[in-house]
Design a protein around this ligand. Structure first.
Ligand SMILES: O=C(CO)[C@@H](O)[C@H](O)[C@H](O)[C@H](O)COP(=O)(O)O
Length: 209
């Protein structure tokens, strides 16, 4: 930035912006992982599956954001694909949380058991990869046969080593940056899924990069 009376503030502003660049470069460095996950997700959609998304706090609204991207694409001409957020129904979330005896830990696993089908895709979003209810929801999903995808940050936390089919990691330590990168990653996920669905042959071949 140009000089000013308070260069300290400008250094801070520069640092805040620069902090956002590296994690996006990390997505590029892991493009093959992202592409493999998108390919697997597109296959499930092709076979009639739906996307089931969940997370806590900021990630709960990310879950709703992902779902609407698929159900009502903002890009004209893209087909709608079935997707549902497990964070949108306050009655169900609070009912399970207060009635299960396990608080919030069971809210996603319970809904997966009763709303999901084995051919579906489960997408769990967690900033640090350690949220118990997201982990439990993904484990339940895997046990039932759903394709499991984790969107995490930092070193992936417990999700990095928990048998999830595809773990996509925003390698930043600042949770705000992780959340910002997650938005980029699920927009890429949405777009690449459509690329695979629209390319004849792409769904039967393996994706290597
Ligand atoms: O960071 C924010 C808001 O930006 C919080 O709402 C945050 O999402 C909540 O603390 C979540 O409970 C964190 O869960 P997780 O993403 O680490 O799994």
């Amino acid at each position: 930035m140009s000089s000013s009376p308070d260069s300290g503030v400008h250094e801070t502003v520069d640092r805040l912006f620069e902090r956002r660049v590296e994690p996006v470069n990390q997505i590029l460095a892991n493009a093959d992982n992202v592409a493999r996950a998108c390919h697997a997700v597109s296959r499930r959609f092709h076979e009639g599956g739906k996307l089931v998304v969940f997370g806590n706090g900021g990630a709960s609204t990310d879950a709703q954001h992902v779902a609407v991207e698929f159900v009502h694409p903002v890009i004209v001409g893209k087909r709608a694909l079935p997707a549902v957020s497990l964070t949108s129904d306050v009655a169900t979330v609070t009912g399970v949380a207060t009635g299960s005896g396990e608080g919030l830990d069971e809210v996603f696993a319970h809904q997966i058991r009763h709303l999901a089908d084995p051919g579906d895709i489960a997408l769990g979003i967690s900033t640090d990869g350690n949220c118990a209810n997201v982990l439990r929801g993904l484990r339940e999903s895997g046990d039932l046969g759903l394709l499991t995808v984790g969107l995490v940050g930092g070193d992936g936390g417990a999700m990095a080593d928990s048998g999830i089919d595809h773990v996509l990691t925003a390698r930043a330590t600042d949770p705000r940056v992780v959340k910002e990168v997650h938005v980029t990653m699920y927009h890429i996920l949405w777009e690449l899924v459509h690329v695979f669905l629209e390319q004849p042959g792409a769904l039967t071949s393996e994706v290597t990069a």
